[in-house]
Design a protein around this ligand. Structure first.
Ligand SMILES: Nc1ncnc2c1ncn2[C@@H]1O[C@H](COP(=O)(O)OP(=O)(O)OP(=O)(O)O)[C@@H](O)[C@H]1O
Ligand SMILES: O=P(O)(O)OC[C@H]1O[C@H](OP(=O)(O)OP(=O)(O)O)[C@H](O)[C@@H]1O
Ligand SMILES: [Mg+2]
Length: 282
């Protein structure tokens, strides 16, 4: 059985469970369940604190896990990223009251509050900056107001939490993060069960990002049309009973579908249809 760590709480938890469900895996029915066996699919899910997942996976007790890149790096555990999942995207940044600092170099002698001290201590050391780091579990933005630190280093998505606390980011972003699949550093990359799991998740990403587009077009315009819809490898072009016309079928990115339909229409394409993709193996 493939043993998989899944976040049990926080920003990663619901989207991870939704992705696994879309990939055809059974998911727990209530949030108190900590382990769930999906014997039909040969997997066992362990619902763990997101911060702990890299530690379990690096120990080799679990084969793979879903966590945030920032949490993986902060843990310093011997695990590596093998797939990006595209949700829980965030940037990790320094912030403080306006003007307190402009670059990481200005932090010398200051105190930085963060929940990610592994990442921050490394970043300061890499820049040769001697600053103190104080660990807080969350709601780090309040540390400046209460005088526990002059600046913070925290996850920023929309920036609302910073604005509400009267703080502004400064310096270069420390890192970009998103949900990732991790495995123990040096584990066999060809492990068939792991590969099958990754293909299922890849299929979910494809199904979410692409639609199938079909249209009919006069044969003399087909080259221009397929330039707009090149598909992932190559579009399918089939003859139509109506002489001089062909039917084209190709996957297109969902975000571009309406623009492509307009451009195909202007090229003379008709019966332009898009349909959702429910699952895929590329
Ligand atoms: N507002 C957010 N938008 C996007 N991603 C976020 C956000 N907050 C945290 N994350 C990401 O979620 C992961 C952190 O998950 P974790 O469950 O530890 O924290 P959380 O979502 O802040 O939950 P909590 O602090 O309530 O425990 C990190 O990868 C982080 O980048
Ligand atoms: O830029 P924003 O869209 O405001 O999102 C970023 C905020 O979201 C997370 O906090 P969360 O709500 O998880 O609380 P926490 O600080 O206790 O972790 C993160 O720690 C930031 O504070
Ligand atoms: Mg949080």
């Amino acid at each position: 059985m493939l043993r998989i760590a899944v976040p049990n709480k926080g920003s990663l938890s619901a989207p991870a469970a939704a992705m696994l469900h879309e990939a055809g895996y059974r998911q727990r029915k209530e949030s108190k369940e900590l382990v769930m066996v999906d014997s039909d699919n040969g997997v066992e899910f362990f619902y763990l604190r997101p911060r702990d997942i890299a530690i379990y996976v690096s120990s080799g007790r679990l084969d793979i896990g879903i966590t945030g890149r920032d949490l993986l790096l902060d843990s310093g555990a011997g695990a590596e990223e093998i797939m990006q999942l595209g949700f829980a995207r965030s940037t990790f940044r320094y912030a403080g009251r306006p003007g307190v600092a402009l670059t990481v170099g200005d932090l010398a002698g200051m105190t930085v509050a963060t929940s990610y001290e592994g990442v921050v201590e490394k970043h300061l050391a890499d820049h040769g900056v001697d600053a103190s780091v104080v660990h807080l579990d969350g709601a780090v933005e309040t540390a400046v107001k209460l005088g526990v630190a002059q600046v913070i280093a925290d996850v920023v998505e929309t920036g609302t939490s910073l604005r509400n606390a009267g703080l502004e980011t400064f310096g270069e972003p420390i890192m970009e993060s998103e949900a990732v699949v991790i495995r123990r550093t040096g584990a066999d990359p060809e492990e068939p069960k792991v590969q099958q799991f990754l293909r299922r998740l890849q299929g979910v990403l494809v199904a979410r990002r692409y639609v199938m587009m079909d249209y009919d077009i006069r044969a003399e315009h087909v080259e221009k049309a397929v330039a707009l819809t090149p598909g992932l490898e190559s579009p399918t072009v089939s003859p139509l009973h109506h002489e001089g016309w062909v039917a084209v079928r190709a996957m297109v990115p969902t975000s571009d579908a309406q623009r492509i339909m307009d451009e195909l229409y202007d090229l003379g394409a008709r019966a332009i249809l898009t349909t959702g993709i429910h699952a895929a193996r590329l």
